[in-house]
Design a protein around this ligand. Structure first.
Ligand code: NAD
Length: 298
């Protein structure tokens, strides 16, 4: 079992850290919000006074932070953690950030002989709580072998993927969420068109699930209210994967596309659609509420 420093105990990091304790690891935790640390102390973690304090005895560092600038300031520079930790430390950044920063931190770590991987997740708060997250990892093969056993404490073993070198995890995450946004909007348009012609959205959903339009949104996350139990669309689109986070991820995906000169027209359209929905006061609602935006286009 490992001595783990966990940095960033928000909606995702909190339950992830809790699952690592349940898996038998010893945790030192740090967050800028004292209440978030206190919640983990109640689970058996020791609370550190700074990121540097948290990593003082760590074999493994895991970060779950809001954006690239937080990851860069935590790890890079003279006072960053890369300059302070032993070279046999394994660092896993599970935050969703821009691929450029992930590559930059990965390359800086590699120069020092430190194993660093970008390990963004798919699954949201429910999967973080249940310990069933998917991980998409960027870094070296030996680092991935070390990471796999730790990540299994927070996710499903069969959903831990080695995407490629540093930054590849973030590229995979951006690609996945761009596709998710596009097929969610497409699913909403198909259902809205059918309903406007008098079809029952539940019946149309079953037809498309058994046909070539079948996709994840139809299978497990139907956006139409009351077609499926236990999903955000049957609970006023709360809780869930927030529109604000989808807009963030689409922005990252558009950056990834631009950096390889790909004109990602569908991704850009999805970005415009979700941004418009966000601007109408829906930022804190589940992203499947985009069905309301689609229906309003009559
Ligand atoms: P959050 O805002 O709830 O949590 C972030 C935490 O990081 C906060 O508690 C904040 O105080 C802390 N923090 C900020 N800067 C820090 C620093 N320098 N040192 C220590 N702690 C610091 O965000 P979240 O929903 O937990 O998301 C975390 C990451 O996971 C983001 O990159 C997000 O895009 C990604 N993500 C979120 C979801 C989701 O459904 N919420 C799903 C997949 C991926």
């Amino acid at each position: 079992m490992a001595q783990i420093a966990f940095l960033g105990l928000g909606n995702m990091g909190g339950p992830m850290a809790k699952n690592l304790i349940a898996a038998g690891h010893t945790l030192a935790v740090f967050d800028l919000v004292p209440e978030a640390c206190a919640a983990l102390a109640a689970e058996g973690a020791s609370v550190a006074t700074s990121a540097l304090d948290a990593v003082s005895e760590a074999d493994v560092i895991i970060s779950m932070l809001p954006a690239g600038k937080h990851v860069a300031s935590t790890f890079l520079g003279e006072s960053g953690l890369l300059a302070q930790v032993p070279t046999d430390t394994l660092i896993l950044d599970a935050s969703t950030i821009d691929a450029t920063t992930a590559r930059e931190v990965g390359e800086a770590a590699a120069k020092l002989g430190i194993d660093f991987m970008d390990t963004p997740v798919s699954g949201g708060v429910a999967a973080a709580t249940a310990g069933t997250l998917a991980f998409m990892c960027g870094g070296s093969e030996p680092a991935f072998e070390r990471a796999r056993v730790i990540l299994a404490g927070m996710g499903s073993a069969e959903k831990i993927f080695h995407a490629g070198p540093a930054g590849a995890g973030q590229v995979a995450k951006a690609a996945n969420n761009m596709l998710l946004a596009i097929h969610m909007i497409g699913t909403c348009e198909a259902l809205a068109m059918g309903e406007a012609h008098g079809l029952d959205p539940a019946v149309l959903s079953n037809i498309m699930k058994a046909s070539s339009g079948n996709n994840w949104s139809l299978q497990v996350y139907n956006p139409w209210p009351d077609v499926m139990e236990g999903v955000p669309s049957s609970n006023q689109y709360r809780p869930g994967f927030m529109v604000d986070l989808m807009v963030k991820d689409l922005g990252l995906a558009c950056e990834v596309a631009e950096s390889c000169d790909l004109d990602n027209q569908m991704g850009k359209q999805a970005m415009a659609t979700f941004s418009s929905h966000q601007a109408q006061g829906n930022g804190d609602r589940d992203f499947s509420s985009i069905v309301e935006w689609v229906k309003a286009q009559h």
